[in-house]
Design a protein around this ligand. Structure first.
Ligand SMILES: Nc1ncnc2c1ncn2[C@@H]1O[C@H](COP(=O)(O)OP(=O)(O)OP(=O)(O)O)[C@@H](O)[C@H]1O
Ligand SMILES: [Mg+2]
Length: 259
């Protein structure tokens, strides 16, 4: 069963002052993400990638349509419950790491658990374990400003993983990094999919990074214009390699979704 499903999703932003036309950023998106998939979303600037990711993660609410995460319709729950789902079941990674400068790395990583009322010692232990996973255990007690961009982003990945979320959503996580650090971040995301069975959706401008994912969704003008399995990519999860019946046998294309 899909872990995350969007059904006829639409998002129109209100008109700016002095303008009558709203911006229709998402114009009818249907998509299903299976557990253990590593999915890249690409498309030109303004095509709606971030808007779609924010809708999928319950950061913004759709104008029409539904987002269903682990069977829960996010449109049907109130703001407080939605905030809980975001904190517990979704890990977000942004281009600008968004670590709090006054907290140490381990405190940043443990924060989602602290906010959930989990005892401090358990938060600290879980945060240190998450930092080990991303190879940052040795910098746990440093403040973010003492770390490089790549190190901060690995810390942000640890923060996204600490709650053992259903899905990790990353918006241009390599956008501020050089090519070596970008490669490391993508390699890390791929390994958390492969080794921990995590599900990752990654927005990227970079075709080289998109090629690393097991599946690539292309957007243009608020719509999905192609949705392709990438059988030869390193990010192809074992579960998808079994070619489940609903995907058909057409060599990895998703015929029902391609327009
Ligand atoms: N809060 C907002 N208010 C009004 N329009 C918005 C808002 N957020 C996004 N848009 C518009 O919606 C469209 C899609 O924007 P979005 O940020 O999703 O694009 P994107 O594909 O992520 O682009 P980029 O690659 O530059 O990050 C654009 O036309 C954008 O101007
Ligand atoms: Mg964007």
């Amino acid at each position: 069963m899909a872990i995350l499903r969007a059904v006829h999703l639409e998002k129109t932003f209100a008109a700016a002052a002095g303008s009558t036309a709203g911006v229709m950023a998402i114009r009818g998106v249907d998509v299903e993400i299976e557990p253990g998939e590593f999915v890249a979303i690409t498309g030109a600037s303004g095509s709606g990638k971030s808007t779609l990711l924010h809708l999928l993660g319950g950061i913004t609410r759709p104008t029409a349509g539904k987002v269903i995460l682990e069977g829960v319709d996010l449109a049907a729950i109130g703001d407080d419950d939605l905030a809980l789902v975001r904190r517990r079941r979704i890990g977000f990674i942004f281009q600008r790491y968004n670590l709090l400068p006054e907290l140490s790395l381990v405190e940043n990583v443990g924060l989602p658990l602290v906010l959930d009322g989990i005892p401090e010692a358990r938060c600290d232990a879980a945060a240190r374990a998450a930092l080990e996973t991303v190879g940052m255990g040795h910098r746990a007690d440093h403040r973010p400003d003492a770390l490089s961009g790549g190190e901060q982003q690995r810390g942000a990945i640890a923060r996204a993983l600490v709650t053992a979320p259903a899905i990790v959503l990353a918006d241009e996580p390599t956008g501020a990094l050089d090519s070596e650090n970008s490669r490391r971040v993508v390699e890390l995301l791929r390994s958390i999919v492969a080794d921990h069975g995590q599900t990752v959706v990654l927005v990227t401008h970079d075709p080289g990074i998109a090629a690393e994912a097991g599946r690539c969704i292309r957007m243009a003008d608020g719509r999905i214009i192609s949705d392709t399995l990438q059988p030869d990519s390193p990010g192809r999860p074992p579960v998808a390699r079994q070619a489940p019946a609903h995907r058909g046998k057409s060599g990895g294309k998703r015929p029902g979704r391609k327009r």
